[in-house]
Design a protein around this ligand. Structure first.
Ligand code: KG4
Ligand code: ZN
Length: 379
């Protein structure tokens, strides 16, 4: 079967076509085509994603990307004999259209949904609304090109989902049976990376920038404390030891703001001193990684987790990958730790097509009016 998937939840327009062969027990997935159109450059001057602009760009990108992807996959819609061009009917070798309907920015989500509905009607192909976060979970099993199979997975799976809009721990005792056991009470972790980067005058998206500076600082740390009182530069680890699995990153972000303000009181240009931004970035990244790792390890123990999945944009963070994997393996080497490949850690349509396959029985040619963008959709 062939699945065409559409992703427009934030600032990336994505379309993919996956072919799935073999039986239900051991399917082989082949990426026939995958296209992504990033809007980073357009949103960068605003320091974050600007919803109205994202909507405009998705509307512009979707038809262009569709054409490219169909061409790459060598799929051509044909008009059945005897039908009228005015009715716009076409036949196509696609079995399901999967589209993200939430969570995300509603104006952005709607563009993908409207586009998918139109295609579905025109081609007479069933449509399936997909949860973006389920996509991030399944992203660890995919590739953005070539063929792949599902690895053997043992349950329970614990997913640490970390992106610009989400920070949550989701437990799954079986495929598609999710329970969110903890989430952020304020800012998402990616959002904190972006805001801290902005405070330091670094470009959007902030995660990769902070990470790059932090790495520099680990290689060449400041020889002495950057603080006037000589104390160690230390940021808080909010909610690290609370009993639940919730997170908070707003206080950490504010602590960085106060730190920068205090440094600038000592000297207006102190943030520009050699190694200063690097030292702050490093301590910030360590604080984030400490909290995420601590809570994940706690949940692994309590729920006797066998597989860990880390998904979402922040899963591209090398420090998180290194420390989390090391600590999990030190406690229990049998636990499988899965991160997506770099391209699938970002928003993409391959992960939406994977969800499409698992939920293929729910795809329908009717009831389109019920498919609406749900910005705050949960798992
Ligand atoms: O999943 P994603 O592409 O979009 C959302 O659904 O939000 O995540 C984007 C977020 C941004 O906040 C970005 O700064 C962060 O992921 N990010 C990183 C890294 N790469 C991207 N954060 C930390 N370290 C990275 N290497
Ligand atoms: Zn995402």
């Amino acid at each position: 079967m062939r699945i065409l998937s559409i992703e427009t939840s934030c600032d990336d327009t994505g379309i993919a076509i996956l072919e799935v062969k073999g039986g239900e027990k051991n399917p082989t997935f082949k990426v026939l085509a995958e296209g992504i159109s990033s809007q980073i450059k357009i949103h960068a001057p605003y320091g974050g994603v600007f919803p109205a602009l994202a909507k405009r760009e998705h509307i512009k990108n979707l038809p262009i990307l569709l054409e490219k992807v169909l061409k790459k996959a060598k799929i051509r819609p044909l008009r059945p004999t005897g039908t009228s061009p005015s009715k716009g009917q076409e036949k196509i070798d696609i079995d399901i259209i999967a589209v993200t309907y939430g969570p995300g920015l509603e104006p952005a989500l709607w563009t993908g949904i409207v586009f998918a509905k139109e295609l579905s009607k025109k081609w007479d192909v069933p449509l399936l609304p997909v949860n973006h976060m389920e996509g991030h979970i399944l992203s660890v099993f995919g590739k953005n090109s070539g063929s792949f199979k599902m690895p053997k997975i043992e349950f329970p799976i614990l997913s640490l989902l970390v992106s610009g809009g989400h920070t949550e721990l989701v437990l799954a005792k079986d495929w598609m049976k999710y329970k969110t056991i903890g989430e952020t009470v304020d800012d998402a972790v990616g959002e904190a990376f972006d805001k801290v980067a902005r405070m330091m005058g670094l470009p959007y998206p902030g995660g990769p920038e902070i990470s790059r500076l932090a790495e520099k600082s680990r290689k060449h740390p400041l020889p002495t404390s950057p603080l006037a009182n000589g104390e160690e530069l230390k940021l808080p680890r909010p909610m690290m030891y609370t009993k639940n699995y919730d997170f908070s990153f707003s206080g950490l972000k504010t602590a960085v703001l106060y730190l920068i303000r205090d440094l600038q009181k000592e000297h207006p240009d102190k943030l520009q001193f050699v190694g200063m931004k690097e030292a702050i970035a490093c301590e910030f990244e360590d604080a984030v990684v400490d909290v995420l790792t601590h809570k994940t390890l706690k949940a692994i123990k309590e729920h006797k987790v066998k597989t860990i999945v880390v998904g979402g944009g922040v899963s591209a963070n090398k420090r998180l990958k290194k420390i989390l994997t090391q600590k999990i393996k030190a406690e229990n080497p049998k636990i499988k730790v899965l991160f997506p490949g770099k391209k699938l850690s970002m928003d993409n349509a391959v992960m939406i097509a994977l969800v499409g396959y698992f939920r293929r029985n729910k795809a329908k040619k009717t009831g389109f009016d019920k498919i609406k963008a749900v910005g705050g959709l949960s798992l």
